[in-house]
Design a protein around this ligand. Structure first.
Ligand SMILES: Nc1nc2c(c(=O)[nH]1)N[C@H]1C(S)=C(S)[C@@H](COP(=O)(O)OP(=O)(O)OC[C@H]3O[C@@H](n4cnc5c(=O)[nH]c(N)nc54)[C@H](O)[C@@H]3O)O[C@H]1N2
Ligand SMILES: Nc1nc2c(c(=O)[nH]1)N[C@H]1C(S)=C(S)[C@@H](COP(=O)(O)OP(=O)(O)OC[C@H]3O[C@@H](n4cnc5c(=O)[nH]c(N)nc54)[C@H](O)[C@@H]3O)O[C@H]1N2
Ligand code: SF4
Ligand SMILES: [Mo]
Length: 768
């Protein structure tokens, strides 16, 4: 069912206006007449993983407007408020325009030659003295594919260290290990079309109205057209999304593990499962820590996954009665039964959607496994309009971090460094000795910064990320970076940030359409754009910076390109042939993105489904063919409930959850420089339940001191914000660099994925 653009815009206007809090949808000052002499180019939005298409208007070497691209299938002309103000992120007054080098306490302007030769000498010195594992690069799901690929090739294939990590470790790592353990491939089976076609949508800790607004409006649009559509929002906090949902189901933090098992319990007990689907397509396994599927990591595994029978799985579920899950979660037992029946309802197409509520979780991998269990039990998967969908945060967390594989344990296209055959394939394409790529992963993101603190890593280069604001347990890492003793931090950014504050060298960087790029979004859609304007001053793109270092370290032979972007693409594409199948570069320069695998020029909508997936044979129906170990079947995992790493107690009686607001992007460096966005949401507040505030004698907008075992900040309390805290919970967004909530966050992480839990720790709140 294809929506016309008019229908789409009309119907989604309600949702968008709601989400945008009354902001106007057009760039101020742009009228039709001003269009004269404006050149329009296509690009994906630089912000969220939705991957909206935008048209970028350039006049006299400057971007004067952006607008939603009507030809883009993702958004059909619509953007959210951040998309509309995209151009302004480039023109903040304090853009970095020259390299800066630390001299004592001062940052002093330098030439590129000085800066890069200093960086190269620090790399060489550290590698000579302490070995290749003493240097590291920490990149981003906002890296273009080229940037991530070049970094991985230089560090893994040139320097010979697996010290490559992206900020996506803080974001999508649990989704990755969830996919790998259940399906043996890191990719969604569904596409955004499911938002237009489904009947029931279960949201599991995703504030889509603020964080994926255009996808949210697609779903709301579906509901406006089809009264049978139901949206059920599970959450620990009442959000804009909850307000628009048909039902809001609040649950105690971390108890999603028990709830999901209880839903499975009811499905099994009432025999609501799809027996023939299970017989053909599923195996059952148990095991707490081993992720199986050959994806060995740094993390210590204490037991192997063990096969189990359906009956044994049923036994495992016996503990998770609705009553037991109700006691833990606070969701009434009858409600759990009702929702289980809704999940299994054969007359409805069912979707589950989640983001950081699942992934930022000390059992992030398990909770991803548990939601797949529900779809596998009921056979509601790999069909148009009916799929589990892991929403991605960053614009190229999928395309760069995951598909290119810029993690310590990965190589491109789902390959891993621990597998000698995979290393051989990579070495062949890279034209290097296969022994160059170390066979063991080193540090996941948190461990990388712990290693810097300890002094095991000396030199770290960060690109397109602001870790010294976005890491949890921030005080430790900020102090660690400045301990001296040979530690050397290089930061590539476009603005001064909390990370440039601790840097020894700052490299001014080009952003978005100041360079050519490719991003990959959450529905396997790869989108390309051309450079449209020059970066300011001497700013350079990250790709040029990486290749410059490569040459200075004697690895220039790895980058023998003329048209760098295109040639990197064609080289990278070799990794994907016969699997993820990316198309030739040319194809992307014309299309509004293509969803891989692209075979014989055709994109793929549904993975593992006959008639859609080019690798599923006629008569197979559904085939989870990536999981060769289990004979082309997906795994239903028995994963237990476990409490959070830190929970409220007498001294720290509140749960702290952290996250985002519509107007700001992460650490606020870009959106904070757009006056309209800054005015709309100027600074961070602490959301609190009015009853809790009353007990503490705190009034609306009064300042409070909020402390955890790791840090303290002071900020105003909001008793009537757009997000409403449940009793015993508080929420603070992390965009405000004057109120570093990350100093309070715990750096405990999922032992399988390495992703930290930003959604739960214990705090106390006092009058300031
Ligand atoms: N405006 C805006 N949009 C963005 C971004 C941005 O910075 N600004 N960033 C992008 C990125 S990188 C990301 S990762 C996404 C994040 O997108 P989301 O995950 O949707 O947003 P957050 O605000 O991080 O998370 C808030 C949610 O966590 C849930 N939660 C808290 N505790 C638990 C729990 O124990 N279990 C479960 N299941 N849920 C829980 C809450 O119910 C709440 O809905 O947004 C993307 N989009
Ligand atoms: N408390 C709390 N903390 C969190 C989370 C949470 O939910 N709660 N979520 C985590 C998640 S999911 C994520 S994804 C991370 C995000 O954390 P970060 O990646 O640290 O945050 P960003 O603000 O996106 O940082 C991107 C930086 O790159 C710069 N930049 C923009 N474009 C370019 C470019 O082209 N080149 C270069 N060199 N620089 C550029 C920007 O100015 C900005 O400083 O935060 C994590 N931290
Ligand atoms: S929904 Fe995401 S991709 Fe679309 S315009 Fe907004 S921030 Fe950009
Ligand atoms: Mo993220």
């Amino acid at each position: 069912m294809e929506l016309s653009r008019r229908d789409f815009l009309k119907a989604s206007a309600a949702a968008a206006a709601f989400a945008a809090a009354g902001q106007t949808a057009l760039m101020p000052g742009i009228s039709e007449a001003a269009d004269a002499g404006v050149k329009w180019g296509k690009a994906p939005c630089r912000f969220c993983g939705t991957g909206c298409g935008v048209l970028v208007g350039v006049k006299n070497g400057r971007i004067i407007a952006t607008k939603g691209d009507p030809a883009a299938p993702v958004n059909k002309g619509l953007n959210c408020i951040k998309g509309y103000f995209l151009s302004k992120i480039l023109y903040g007054k304090d853009r970095l325009t020259k390299p800066l080098i630390r001299k004592g306490n001062k940052m002093v302007e330098a030439s590129w030659e000085e800066a890069m030769s200093l960086i190269a000498s620090k790399f060489k010195e550290s590698i000579d003295k302490h070995g290749p594992d003493s240097v590291a690069i920490y990149g981003s799901g906002q890296w273009t594919v080229f940037e991530g690929y070049a970094a991985s090739k230089l560090f893994k294939g040139g320097i010979g260290t697996n010290n490559v990590e992206p900020n996506a470790r803080l974001c999508m790592a649990s989704a990755v290990t969830g996919f790998m353990t259940t399906f043996a491939s890191d990719e969604p089976m569904g596409v955004y079309d499911d938002l237009d076609l489904g009947d029931t949508y279960f949201l599991w800790g995703a504030n889509m109205a603020e964080c994926h607004p255009v996808l949210f409006s697609r779903m709301i649009d579906n509901r406006l057209k089809n009264p049978r559509v139901k949206i059920i929002d599970f959450g620990t906090r009442r959000t804009r999304t909850s307000q628009m949902a048909d039902q809001y189901i609040k649950f105690a933090p971390q108890t999603d593990l028990a709830l999901l098992n209880a839903i499975a319990h009811v499905i099994v007990k009432e025999k609501l499962y799809d027996e023939s689907f299970i017989k053909k397509h599923v195996v059952f396994k148990k095991g707490k820590t081993n992720i199986g599927n050959g994806l060995e990591d740094k993390f210590k595994f204490t037991d192997d996954p063990k096969p189990m029978t359906f009956d044994e799985y049923k036994d495992f579920l016996k503990t998770y009665t609705p009553e037991y899950a109700s006691k833990l979660s606070g969701v009434p037992a009858e409600k759990i039964v009702e929702l289980a029946r809704l999940y299994a309802d054969k007359s409805r197409k069912v979707n589950s959607l989640w983001t950081m509520g699942f992934n930022q979780h000390t059992r992030g991998t398990w909770v991803n496994n548990l939601v797949y269990n529900l779809h596998l039990l009921t056979g509601k998967i790999c069909r148009p309009g009916e799929n589990p969908m892991s929403l991605t945060g960053q614009p190229s967390a999928c395309g760069t971090a995951r598909e290119v594989g810029t993690f310590t344990h990965r190589l491109p296209a789902d390959m891993v460094v621990t597998n000698p055959e995979h290393r051989a394939i990579a070495a062949k394409i890279w034209g290097i000795d296969p022994n160059k790529i170390p066979g063991k992963p080193t540090y996941s993101a948190i461990e990388m910064f712990r290693a810097l603190d300890r002094g095991d890593i000396k030199v770290v280069w960060t690109q397109v990320t602001n870790p010294f604001q976005s890491l949890p347990n921030l005080n430790r890492f900020r102090t660690g970076a400045r301990k001296g003793d040979g530690r050397f931090v290089i930061v590539s950014d476009m603005y001064p940030t909390k990370s440039t504050e601790v840097a020894d060298v700052i490299l001014p960087s080009a952003c978005w359409v100041e360079k050519e790029g490719v991003f990959g979004n959450a529905e396997r859609r790869t989108q390309q754009w051309y450079k449209m304007v020059e970066p300011p001053g001497e700013a350079r793109n990250d790709l040029t910076q990486t290749i410059d270092l490569a040459k200075r370290l004697g690895h220039g032979n790895l980058f023998p390109y003329k048209y760098v972007e295109k040639e990197i693409w064609e080289e990278y594409r070799k990794f994907t042939v016969g699997g993820k199948d990316l198309a030739p570069y040319e194809a992307y320069t014309k299309a509004r993105g293509l969803r891989w695998p692209v075979v014989n020029g055709k994109e793929t909508l549904y993975r593992y489904a006959e008639g859609h997936d080019p690798y599923v044979k006629a008569g197979e129906g559904v085939k989870f063919y990536k999981n060769k170990k289990d004979d082309g079947r997906a795994v239903i995992w028995a994963r237990p409930y476990e409490p959070a790493a830190e929970a409220p107690d007498r001294s720290y009686p509140f749960w702290l959850c952290t996250g985002r607001v519509l107007e700001h992007w992460h650490t606020g460096t870009m959106t904070g420089r757009v006056p309209e966005l800054k005015r709309a949401y100027p600074s961070a507040v602490c959301e609190m339940h009015p009853d809790d505030a009353k007990k503490l004698g705190i009034k609306h907008l009064q300042k409070v001191k909020i402390s955890s075992r790791r840090g303290t900040i002071v900020l105003p309390v909001d008793l009537n914000g757009r997000g409403k805290a449940e009793k015993g919970n508080v929420f603070v967004a992390f965009f405000d660099e004057t109120k570093l909530i990350n100093e309070l966050c715990i750096d405990a992480y999922c032992p399988i994925s390495g992703e930290p839990d930003y959604k739960k720790c214990a705090v106390k709140v006092e009058k300031a």
